[in-house]
Ligand binder design. Sequence first.
Ligand code: FE2
Length: 249
Amino acid sequence: MIFRQLFEPLSSTYTYLLGCEETAQALLIDPVITSLERDIAELRRLGLTLVYSVETHIHADHITAALELKQILGSLIAGPAFDRLPCTDLGIEEGIPLRIGGIALQPLHTPGHTDGHFAYLCRDRVFTGDALLIDGCGRTDFQNGDADALYRSVTEKLFSLPDDCLVYPCHDYNNRRVSSIAQEKTRNPRLGNNRTREEFRDIMANLKLAPPKFIDYAVPGNRQCGVCPDDLPDNLQNYCRHMTQSPQG
Ligand SMILES: [Fe+2]
């Protein structure tokens, strides 16, 4: 399997490129609109055809590139069926693998950060979205977030994967790239070391985080699979650089 971990610096998002060496088909997990050209160039460089963009959840901190990729490359948009987005070509459900060539993603419904959140297991690795981050987890204070649900998703579903399963998160803000289930079970300060549900609930209730500055634009844009709004304030323009509006365009 061809594998690339690609970083988007504005929202510190990791996009994952998975390619089948036999069929030259590929998928992208959580592509970001600002990295559209980079991702297309990487697919071309590797000689891969993008079949699916796959979302872990409706993001609040960046806009997905799924719709632009579809318009430019003809790829399909896959995302949690739970979210019932009309722009989605394939609704993902737990128990139904997503296959391209020799690659199969096993979807794991992992609510808590958002109610429709999915992680994807693929061979020796799991793409955990914002359910489980390296030494952390996604916040639970918007988009139907629920600390109790996230506790169950991580401790019952993700922590029951093999210890050696690699953990590839949707974000990291400190240049870390990969962890493992064993590492998070022991080291994660919010969920590891047998933290109780009550302890986790307290931690999440006292984070005192400011609302994400892009959320009011990102969520509606992502509910359309990646549409940038026309009324974006000047200070947020960097979050929404369309190819047609790029300096080269
Ligand atoms: Fe998120």
